[in-house]
Design a protein around this ligand. Structure first.
Ligand code: ASP
Length: 346
């Protein structure tokens, strides 16, 4: 690769606070267009690489994100993959970790940076965090090593001081500039005076195949958050929902659930009917250790799949991806325990 060539970056604007503007009547923040965003960051012109942009027809608040939107982002990346060295996706923070996780699975064989960023304050506001996030994301997307290879070759979230693996990230604060965490995996880079990459943490080889985008995400899935006092009839109703294929169960501590026999019976019956139930912890740090406590062991014996240290965002989007691939129950269960693109420590 020619190391002297100016990198070309495509910026994809989907919406989110970063580009929002206050509606004078309601005072609520509403998505606005790309030109408004760029007019507020004149520094972009100082970067020594080429930047083009693509705007979603209707920029959205990311709470309106859905798998079709993920498909639209993936399509823009696929259509422009050969033309650009890296991609920066501007996105609202609310569902950013879901989009980052989903794209990490959908973009099979990804070998270029896809850096997702946004901000907590609109870019037009004096104290905005958007300008710094945007500039740093662009710099990371353009970063290449001495061989001209992209330094980051995966989907990542850049927010304030850290670059985090997309499928390890979670939104942690609704109010702080430091809004994202990757509780079970080290940051891919730390942003200070310099950008310090952790080369051991970065994905070195992707799946060694050309980019191939998987578009079909199956939404016949659900979260089940356990709590003391959970009722049998309600649980049974949920687990018997028509079309339901998979459940991400958020359990206590290291993967434990209530020890009442009816609870285990309901779970067992659901598994026998072919439902995939993946067990992740409600704790923000640590992992499911299915053999540590009797209650966890019973869940495992009932056929529940340990989700190890998957984030809830990665667990649900991975399930959507695997069912979308058309895998049967046994294949989905097997792959939920394998690391496809760095989402799980095994
Ligand atoms: N509601 C906004 C969104 O997710 C919040 C943000 O961007 O920070 O689009």
């Amino acid at each position: 690769m020619d190391t002297n060539k100016r990198p070309k970056i495509l910026m994809i604007y989907t919406g989110g606070t970063i580009g929002m503007i206050e509606n004078p009547d309601t005072r609520a923040l509403e998505p606005f267009d790309f030109d408004h965003l760029i007019d507020n960051v004149p520094k972009i012109k100082m970067l020594d690489f080429d930047i083009d942009n693509f705007q979603f027809e209707d920029p959205i608040d990311s709470s309106a994100m859905n798998p079709e939107h993920w498909g639209e982002i993936a399509k823009v990346i696929e259509d422009n993959y050969e033309k650009y060295d890296g991609f920066v996706v501007l996105h609202g923070t609310d569902t950013m970790a879901y989009t980052a996780s989903a794209l990490s699975f959908m973009l099979e064989g990804l070998d270029k940076p896809v850096i997702i960023t946004g901000s907590q304050l609109p870019i037009g506001e004096v104290r905005t965090d958007g300008e710094e996030n945007l500039i740093t994301a662009l710099q990371i997307a353009a970063e290449r090593d001495e061989h001209g290879q992209a330094v980051v070759r995966e989907v990542a979230i850049l927010f304030q001081n850290f670059l985090l693996r997309g499928n390890r990230s979670t939104k942690f604060s609704a109010g702080n500039f430091d809004a994202f965490r990757s509780n079970n995996f080290p940051p891919l880079a730390t942003i200070g005076l310099d950008i310090q990459y952790d080369t051991d943490a970065l994905l070195t080889c992707s799946r060694q195949v050309p980019l191939s985008v998987h578009y079909n995400m199956c939404s016949d899935v659900l979260y089940l958050d356990l709590f003391p006092g959970i009722q049998q009839d309600i649980l049974s109703h949920i687990l018997n929902a028509p079309n339901l294929k998979g459940v991400v169960m958020k359990s206590f501590g290291a993967g434990n659930g209530p020890n009442q026999s009816w609870f285990l019976e309901e779970i067992k019956k659901a598994v026998e009917r072919g439902l995939v139930i993946v067990n992740i912890t409600q704790c923000s740090n640590g992992m499911v250790l299915p053999n540590r406590y009797l209650t966890g062991l019973e869940l495992s014996k009932a056929g529940v799949v340990p989700g190890h240290d998957l984030t809830s965002e990665a667990a649900i989007t991975k399930m959507m991806y695997l069912f979308g691939k058309g895998y049967d129950t046994a294949q989905v269960k097997k792959r939920m325990e394998e690391s496809l693109c760095g989402e799980l420590s095994v």
